[in-house]
Design a protein around this ligand. Structure first.
Ligand code: DGY
Length: 380
């Protein structure tokens, strides 16, 4: 493994397991008097490699969603004098927060900067699947296009149909607004919690359409996942991954969907039973899927790559320069904030002040276990 060192005179040692975009994050850490050691390999680091890099003395780590952060790594970090771990992701299913709590280590994540970017990718996957963009692109590259035909690559019209969302948090709600407003789609959602802000927004949007003499959109919160699946023309998955959502989409639930429906997943791979999905795609050629994430990433279940009705991209939903640089700033802010003894920022929807271009509040932008560790809140 190769590493590059920045600000070698810094008094606190920070390990960053992968190179991160932008340079604002590095300034945040060097301003906090950190020596920063960055892994330059694109290979996924093993637990042993991370442990050996942490070594005898390490104040904090910025790590990746591809690394399993549980008792073994938190013990090693604690023993090296570590005070903070920042996950370079909003999702932290790769982190065992109970283990971090056991060692008293604050865990950071990167909310608020991925919302629109990830929702835009879910929209892209929806339309790439609906309009068969990848199949048609491959056909062109193979120089098979012999002339316009009334029957070439017929897909599905989305405008005026029904879009369903499972998990209407920040990203699910952003996707819903893009689809409903952009394509005048009716909307259904399932979530354990009511999203009142989204509901009010959709009601107001329906009224606006009516005031313009247009058909208003309709929306509803369903009592079950199944209700959403049965009625929707496209379903986008945005739940957290935990034991309750593992294989949420199984054979039985796939069979409930319309035979020409579209299933989009930009959340976490194991939310779908991928073997069941491959079977379903093979049996139902008009059913389509758009996937950013996979059950055994980076591997795919056998046969997925052969399904023409699947659009598959390598976990890039948050991959815009602005978002990935912003995630780096937030991760660095979490490390610097904890090391500086700052309080924790409370409003995860209002995180822009921590990005490049301003004086950030003296706070750690997002510490997920602040309550469990009784960390002080930012007090201005
Ligand atoms: C996250 O932050 O959880 C995303 O999956 C990274 O793109």
């Amino acid at each position: 493994m190769s590493w590059e060192t920045h600000n070698s005179s810094g008094s606190k040692r920070i390990v960053v397991t992968k190179q991160l975009p932008g340079d604002h994050w590095l300034k945040v850490l060097t301003d906090a008097d950190c020596k920063v050691e960055v892994g330059t390999s694109t290979d996924i680091l093993s637990v042993d490699e991370i442990k050996s890099k942490i070594g005898d003395q390490c104040d904090g780590v910025i790590g990746q969603l591809t690394e399993r952060w549980d008792d073994e790594l938190f013990s090693a970090l604690k023993a090296a004098g570590g005070k903070v771990y920042a996950n370079y992701a909003v999702g932290y299913n790769n982190v065992n927060v109970d283990d971090a709590n056991k060692h008293g280590i604050p865990v950071g994540n990167t909310p608020g900067v991925l919302t629109e970017t990830t929702a835009e990718m879910a929209v892209s996957l929806t339309f790439s699947a609906a309009r068969r963009v990848v199949e048609a692109d491959e056909f062109m590259r193979a120089r098979q296009y012999k002339g316009w035909l009334p029957t070439l690559y017929l897909g599905e019209l989305m405008t005026g149909k029904t879009v369903g969302v499972i998990g209407a948090g920040r990203i699910g709600a952003a996707y819903a607004k893009m689809m409903v407003e952009g394509y005048k789609m009716n909307f259904l959602y399932y979530d354990l919690y009511e999203n009142k802000g989204l509901e009010d927004y959709l009601t107001a949007y329906g009224e606006f359409l009516k005031s313009q003499g247009q058909e208003p959109i309709t929306w509803g919160r369903c009592d079950s996942v199944e209700d959403v699946l049965r009625q929707s023309d496209v379903v986008s998955l945005h739940p957290l991954l935990d034991e309750t959502t593992h294989h949420l989409m199984n054979e039985e639930r796939l069979n409930m969907m319309k035979p020409n429906a579209i299933l989009v997943n930009a959340s976490r791979g194991p939310v779908i039973d991928e073997v069941a999905l491959v079977n379903h795609l093979n049996k139902n050629p008009d059913f389509r899927t758009g996937l950013d994430v996979f059950e055994d990433e980076p591997a795919m279940k056998p046969g997925l790559e052969k399904c023409p009705n699947a659009v598959i991209v390598p976990h890039i939903a948050s991959a815009t320069i602005w978002t990935r640089s912003g995630m780096a700033s937030l991760a660095a802010g979490n490390v610097a904030g904890v090391l500086n003894g700052y309080g924790c920022w409370q409003d995860q929807d209002d995180i822009l002040a921590f990005l490049e271009g301003g004086d950030a509040p003296k706070a750690a932008p997002s510490i997920v276990n602040r309550d469990e560790l009784s960390l002080p809140a930012f007090s201005g």
